[in-house]
Design a protein around this ligand. Structure first.
Ligand SMILES: C[S@@+](CC[C@H](N)C(=O)[O-])C[C@H]1O[C@@H](n2cnc3c(N)ncnc32)[C@H](O)[C@@H]1O
Length: 233
């Protein structure tokens, strides 16, 4: 079982129970997207549409798409939403959006080059693409914290960072696949598809969460989230 209706329930519980989403993910998404009133944005892998609501609150118009019919239906409370399987955006009118955003989605799409190309076709020249993703340091297979038993220092094992790869993580009754590509490759694939880098943010675990968890506290130096804003050439 991978993404689709089967994992929709797991994701809804995961978001609702994880304070990191509201404390870390949403602020980073707004920082890189900066939604403008009256503009039309496509939410790629919109989930239940909670970010479409935030974008709508900023006076912009959000359209959603998701591989899960159940989540796309929930998202339609906040704007028109369709079922899609990224990177296929052939159903969307070329250059019909002022911008697009993908939050915690790209790491579930195997072909990032195809993703960047498809989004470039649907966004007008000068439009925006905003990304929030798990940082590649974190998605690399076999990466993870290593604790020095002598003094409790936490260092980070890079795993096979420089290669493309994937990991399967347990999720509810099934699993979810995270696709890894090193940062240089991700940025180069975006550039090749016509996206100009405007801003890149690497963020560690928030102080609020680190203060509550000793192991996380010792990983403050490790990048966890990646935020990027591009404009289309
Ligand atoms: C981690 S959730 C994030 C949901 C939403 N972006 C948010 O921040 O609340 C990942 C979402 O991507 C969707 N998804 C995963 N793979 C997809 C694909 N190939 N095409 C479209 N949606 C996909 C899942 O159904 C799920 O809603």
């Amino acid at each position: 079982m991978s993404w689709g209706d089967d994992l929709a329930g797991w994701w809804l519980e995961e978001v609702l129970s994880d304070p990191a989403y509201g404390d870390e993910v949403v602020p980073l998404a707004l920082e890189v997207l900066q939604p403008e009133s009256g503009r039309r944005y496509l939410d790629l892998g919109c989930g239940d549409g909670r970010l479409m609501r935030v974008v709508g609150d900023a006076g912009a118009v959000a359209f959603g798409c998701d591989v899960s019919g159940r989540l796309a239906e929930l998202a339609s409370r906040f704007g028109p939403s369709v079922v899609c399987r990224l990177p296929d955006l052939s159903w969307a009118k070329p250059q019909s959006f002022d911008g697009a955003y993908a939050v915690l989605v790209l790491e579930h799409v195997e072909d990032a080059a195809a993703f960047f190309g498809a989004v470039a076709s649907t966004v007008r020249a000068g439009g925006v693409l905003a990304l929030v993703a798990n940082h590649p340091a974190f998605t690399a297979p076999e990466s993870g914290p290593v604790i020095d038993p002598s003094d409790g220092e936490v260092t980070w094992r890079w795993g096979s960072y420089l290669d493309r790869g994937s990991t399967r993580e347990p999720a509810g009754e099934g699993h979810v696949v995270f696709h890894h590509r090193p940062l240089g490759r991700l940025l180069s694939e975006a550039a090749d598809a016509g996206w100009s880098l405007v801003r890149m943010v690497e963020r560690g675990v928030s102080p609020t969460r680190a203060d509550r968890d000793r192991l996380l506290d010792r990983q403050r130096h490790v990048p966890r989230l990646l935020g990027v804003r591009w404009t289309r050439r």
